[in-house]
Design a protein around this ligand. Structure first.
Ligand code: NDP
Ligand code: ZN
Length: 351
């Protein structure tokens, strides 16, 4: 079947691949809608997770089931489903020991376009269908549902990792689609003042809609200085990092109060070491909690996020700025994600 793949580090293109066999607990799907992610760009062009040859890209999809294994109970051919970016092996004993994202090895839940072929294919395989797929609710649009698979689960996870409480002041560094969902997550969790750091007008406008109260442009000077001045040198209770390069945690540590939390979502791909600022970190003793995580996946997560949309707590469809139609357009959408024109937030391809 025709698939859009990473041919090697720095090179993408179309390939033909064999259809995987469907295990007893698994499913084979055809995509209905897909979207490229900034992470695919890091994987291909920085080789950040290592060399991959002819690996099918893509980990954001809404799909239709073609075939299910004989032990699959809740899904059948023809069902329309949400396919989370993170699809762990729920049979791994490690699930009892570690978070599902890392059961069986660090980042092992990140299977599509990392450990196995991704979703940019006329037919793709999903392990543990009953535990990883979620039915697409008929009152939720395909577009909104597609955003749940990665952007919403990741951005909202930022607000979970940052342990945001009622009335907290929060900074979200980076307001691309992930950061925008982190802004929305901060608001849902009861943040009061929400700083958003970015420069593109379309993202700034959307960030305001999702709950940003103060905009900071990193192109107008040091973010740390700007946010410290705006908070009368107190800093914020929590910082979510959803953009910037490997030195961005220096800003995050600086602007976060002692005992505050820093939650990183960025997939770092540049330097091998990530610097921290000694003095701003109280020489290491400031009780600034620095965390970072891969987004949660699995069926229950997708169902809960779906409920946020169903009960009008969140409208992730607003992230979509570019729509393409037809399988061949996956390449166009992917290239757009690499080039990041100023009017782009998230492109999708309807199939
Ligand atoms: P985008 O590239 O769309 O957004 C990045 C944001 O960071 C933009 O608002 C940009 O500003 C801002 N930015 C860029 N440089 C700086 C800087 N020096 N200082 C401050 N802000 C800056 O990315 P996405 O939202 O798509 O993804 C964000 C990150 O999340 C990526 O690294 C991605 O790989 C990762 N990711 C992680 C996941 C996880 O599970 N943890 C899952 C999915 C994605 P502007 O463009 O306005 O100038
Ligand atoms: Zn992603």
């Amino acid at each position: 079947v025709k698939s859009f793949a990473m041919k090697q580090v720095g090179e993408v293109g179309w390939i033909e691949k064999e259809v995987e066999t469907c295990g007893d607990y698994d499913a084979l799907l055809k995509p209905i809608a897909v979207s490229p992610c900034t992470s695919d760009i890091h994987t291909v062009y920085s080789g950040a997770i290592g060399e991959r040859r002819n690996l099918v890209l893509g980990h954001e999809a809404i799909g239709e089931i073609i075939e299910v294994g004989k032990k699959v109970e809740d899904f059948k051919p023809g069902d329309k489903v949400i396919v989370p970016a993170i699809t762990p092996d729920w049979n791994s004993l490690d699930i009892q020991d570690k978070s599902h994202q890392h059961a069986g090895g660090m980042l092992s839940g990140f299977r599509f376009a990392n450990l196995k072929n991704g979703v940019f294919s006329e037919c793709f395989h999903v392990n543990h269908a009953d535990l990883n797929l979620a039915h697409l609710h008929k009152e939720i649009s395909t577009e909104s549902a597609l955003m749940l698979t990665d952007m919403v689960t990741t951005g909202l996870h930022g607000s979970e990792l940052a342990k945001i409480g009622l009335g907290d002041t929060v900074a979200v560094i980076g307001i691309g689609p992930v950061g925008l969902m982190a802004v929305a997550g901060a608001k849902l969790r009861g943040a009061s003042r929400i700083f958003g750091v970015g420069s593109r007008e379309i993202c700034v406008n959307l960030a305001k809609e999702y709950g940003m109260t103060d905009h900071i442009n990193y192109k107008n000077g040091d973010i740390g200085d700007q946010i410290m001045a705006a908070t009368k040198e107190k800093g914020v209770d929590a910082t979510i990092v959803a953009g910037g390069h490997s030195d961005i945690l220096k800003n995050a540590v600086k602007i976060t109060k002692p005992t505050g939390t820093i939650a990183n979502l960025v997939y770092f791909d540049d330097d091998d070491e990530i610097p921290l600022p000694r003095l701003d970190w109280g020489n290491g003793m400031a009780h600034k909690d620095i965390r970072g995580g891969l987004c949660p996946g699995g069926r229950i997560r997708m169902e809960k996020l779906s409920d946020l949309v169903l009960y009008n707590r969140l409208d992730p469809g607003k992230l979509i700025t570019h729509r393409f139609y037809g399988f061949n357009e996956i390449e166009t959408a992917f290239k757009l994600m690499k080039d990041k024109p100023r009017d782009l937030v998230k492109p999708i391809v309807m199939l």
